[in-house]
Each structure stands twice: as C-alpha cells, then as structure tokens.
Design a protein around this ligand. Structure first.
Ligand SMILES: [Zn+2]
Length: 179
C-alpha cells in the first residue's frame, strides 16, 4: 500500500494538463490562465501517493518576447495559491523560458530535472511519474527513467499509456504507486 515515506515524485507538465492550452500562441497573462475542470479534485486524490510534486514546463513565449517574465511568475504564484488553498502542495515550478535549440533545459532535454535534483537531492527520477501532453514530455520521462503517462488522443510511442485527461489517468496513476 501507499507508503508516504517512500520518495515518489510526480512531475506534471503545465499547459494541457493543469490548464487549458491556448488554441494559438502562448498564455501570456494571468487572465488567460484557466484551470481544467477536475484537476483540483484529481490532484487531491493522487497527491497522497507522492512525496513531492513539481511542474515542469517549456515557456518559449518568454524567449520570443510574447510572455513577460513577471506575468509568468504571477501565473505561477496564482497556481501555487489555488492549489495550496485546496491542501495540494506544489514543491516547485521549473520552467524553460528559452527558444528552441538555444539551451539545455527545454524539454526533452533534462536540464530542468538536473537543476531540480540538485535542489531536492531526495528526488529519485526512477521513482517518479511524468505526465504530459507532448512527445517532448514522454521523451524526457524515458530519458530520466520516469514512468511516462501521455494525455491526449493517441500515445506517441508504443508502450506509453495514453489517457484523455489527468482525471481519466487517475486510477492508472494510483495503481502504479500501489502495486
Ligand atoms: Zn531552457
């Protein structure tokens, strides 16, 4: 059964998992940030199975000059607070603000995870679940030895489970942690 002393970690992509993607362009202001229904309830149910929860997100809109860094930080403060009010503690939000091909942290590169493990040395990527809606998330998960879960219509890689939403992945996630 669930043993909270085990240091399992939950990695979540942001856009498309926690909040709606914009159909075009980047979420550049807190007014555009809309939580997906059921995300709070789902996280309330799965977080007891994890010691730590992190959000790992590419935010190239910053590098392109579309999203101001202060607006991104405001969105993340809101996110922390909304979850905190519901008793869900997010241990960190790691973001890559860089343009594609210019850094070592944009997913599927693992620079954000390297930094995270440096700050949280008890995080063991092999004891983690990584949830995202892009093949970049799946590739990063596989690279670091995490268990990938794809949110979307069709899994981008054989053997990687796919669900239409975080909510519909809930039982699978709990099962991963308890068996
Ligand atoms: Zn980067």
């Amino acid at each position: 059964m669930n043993n909270p002393s085990e240091s399992w970690t939950l990695f979540l992509d942001r856009d498309g998992i926690i909040n709606y993607q914009k159909t075009e362009g980047y979420i550049s202001h807190v007014n555009e940030f809309k939580l997906i229904p059921d995300v709070i309830e789902t996280l309330e149910q799965i977080t007891p199975f994890f010691k730590r929860i992190f959000i790992i997100t590419n935010q190239q809109g910053v590098g392109k000059g579309i999203t101001k860094i202060e607006n991104l930080l405001e969105i993340h403060r809101l996110l922390f607070n909304v979850f905190k009010d519901k008793g869900i503690k997010i241990h960190g939000i790691f973001f890559c603000p860089h343009l594609k091909g210019t850094c070592l942290c944009r997913k599927p590169s693992y620079g954000m995870i390297t930094r995270l493990v440096h700050i949280f040395p008890d995080v063991e990527p092999r004891k983690s679940v990584f949830i995202g809606d892009d093949i970049k998330d799946v590739l990063l998960a596989i690279r670091i030895g995490s268990y990938p879960i794809f949110i979307g219509d069709r899994s981008p890689l054989p053997g990687v489970p796919a669900f239409t939403s975080l909510r519909s992945a809930k039982d699978y996630i709990i099962n991963l942690r308890t068996t």
